[in-house]
Design a protein around this ligand. Sequence first.
Ligand SMILES: [Zn+2]
Ligand SMILES: [Zn+2]
Length: 372
Amino acid sequence: MPPKGTNDLAPRGCEVCHQRDRLLRCTGCLTVYYCSRDHQVSDRPAHKNACVDVKKARAELERIEQKLRTETASGPFGPDIFISQAGHFWSIDETRPYLEARCRLAETIFRRFGFDPGRVDGVQAALDHFMEVSRLARSETMGIRCLIPAFLIRLGRDQEAYDFLKAWAISRGRPDANGGGDMPHPEIKGANVLEPLHNGWTEAGQIDLHDAVVMTVIKFRVLSDLQRMQNAARGLADTFPREITDLIRRELVGSAVVTRPEVLSLDTAELGRLIDSIKFQIKRLFNAVHVRNSHLWEMLLVTLTTGGVRDTDPAETSIPGTRGEAFMTISQSLEAWVEVPNAPHQIKGVIRAMLTDGEVLDRMRAAMMGRR
Ligand SMILES: [Zn+2]
Ligand SMILES: [Zn+2]
């Protein structure tokens, strides 16, 4: 089964006529598809530059991999460095060029086929490379692990994004976290997205800004799933038997909610209480992020409504609380925000509800007015 499309990504189909049966894959980029030789030939002029770009990046990765394997085969790392040193690639000088080449290939695929128009196969292929980099280099400092949850969400794989963030939150809290950057993470699968928030996303002193922001995306998406279920329940309750409404609900929700059968059969009152608790979690995340970096929400809103923020100092990106850090965090999570239905409206709504003293709203207003 080819991956399904999402809100914003085109499903796998012919580049020319979008037909979805019996497709042939382009052998250059390995990322786009055609229904026939005719359509491939007619698309070649438009496709050629992107295709060659990706093909070159892959050839370079293969060259570096071959060189690495040849040079290390008889050394201290054993016959297969990809097995013996998995997890430690960032700490070994010989393996860093491989990681960098693999990231370049992922970025090239994403730049060429991940947006404008976004294709599900472009995002999927870039994500696969990022996941492999993250597996080989658990302590990498290139920020790849920050991109992974956003890409998963872009593909509608919220459950995996939640599991990934939870594993990181648990690893960070371990006593050996600082000295053991290459340590394997706990294997987490099917964690409950409705459970209380981990301290690593909300508590001052423990919060990871990036993870808290992406967690907000996940909770927004859960909230809209629950609200859709609630609306369907209201509309259908008297018309169909319970088994049918449960089936309909399954079709309305994303990957993180569909795995929770106990939620699919809640009545409207219970659903209402669950919706309130998720709204409360979102407010807590907003507050925690705001305390950690007071620029972030305002900058995100401006980015989503006007398409970008430019006046940040690149040197600031690693300094907590700065505009530069907010900018970096937003860049890494932007893919995920694309998949939040009506994100600017939702963000404004939470900010309004969060306010007691008017301080944040005044800042927002000033920011929005200044840029309109
Ligand atoms: Zn076609
Ligand atoms: Zn191609």
